[in-house]
Design a binder for this molecule. Structure first.
Ligand code: CTP
Ligand code: CA
Length: 227
């Protein structure tokens, strides 16, 4: 019913959204992860479906109900997310990478539980592939790429570096130090930087409304491209 009263400005489009944290195993009982709840990505997937898109949600472990109408694919590690996203990339028009992907993983995964020993221990980490940067390299003219950036400092400078460095069309930056913003909140405070130079600073709002704002920008860009 909600879909019936929503403008179908993403009708006929294929949208891929990633959400949640990734989990990088250390041994059978331990992993490295982050505080992402998945709320922003789930809100985006839901909103894109309501606006008429076919939506695939590739999600790390999140304690959220999958949005109705959305094809959900669950993954754990950054490596699995990489495989899932690359597998579908060629057939989608819009990718929104809201997931908080671990930059590093334990270099060796112990097949057995690691026993404690001594007063300190070191874990060697190996770099994970940057999924978004890889999509930026493969992007075709008709495809739109939206990235996120979680920052604690130098927001604008870091955001612009990610926007151009990863060949994105839009970058959604949030200052995770602001009250009510970022990881594990129902609300967010974001700035949307466009490759077109347009910067939109949004006030504190519910993640569902932030999702609508992001899709407004994306829909406009997609429409202007299709002439
Ligand atoms: N991202 C990704 N693959 C990674 C790391 C990040 O696809 N291995 C994506 C995230 O999904 C997000 C964007 O890149 O859309 C920015 O993530 P962020 O952690 O803010 O930036 P990084 O490029 O990883 O830089 P840093 O953590 O050093 O600030
Ligand atoms: Ca990172």
């Amino acid at each position: 019913i909600e879909k019936l009263v929503t403008p179908q400005d993403l009708a006929g489009l294929d949208v891929l959204v990633t959400a949640g944290p990734t989990r990088e195993p250390l041994d059978p009982v331990r992993y490295l992860s982050n505080r992402s709840s998945g709320k922003m990505g789930y809100a985006l997937a839901r909103a894109a479906f309501l606006r008429g898109a076919r939506v695939r949600l590739v999600t790390g472990p999140a304690h959220l109900m999958p949005p109705p109408g959305v094809e959900v694919q669950r993954v754990e590690t950054a490596g699995e997310m990489y495989e899932a996203v690359l597998q579908h990339f060629d057939s989608v028009d819009l990718v929104i990478k809201a997931a908080a992907v671990a930059d590093y993983r334990p270099g060796e995964v112990s097949p057995q539980k690691i026993k404690k020993q001594g007063q300190a221990m070191q874990i060697e980490l190996a770099r994970n592939p940057d999924i978004l940067a890889e999509l930026g390299r493969r992007k075709k003219a008709h495809q739109l790429l939206v990235g996120f950036a979680a920052e604690t400092n130098d927001l604008e400078q870091n955001a612009l570096a990610k926007l151009t460095g990863k060949n994105l069309d839009l970058l959604v930056a949030n200052d995770v130090t602001l009250p009510g913003a970022g990881f594990d909140h129902d609300t967010n405070v974001v700035r949307i930087f466009g490759r077109d130079g347009v910067v939109e600073a949004l006030p504190l709002m519910d993640k569902n409304r932030v999702a609508q704002k992001i899709l407004d920008r994306a829909a406009k860009l997609l429409q202007s491209r299709q002439g």
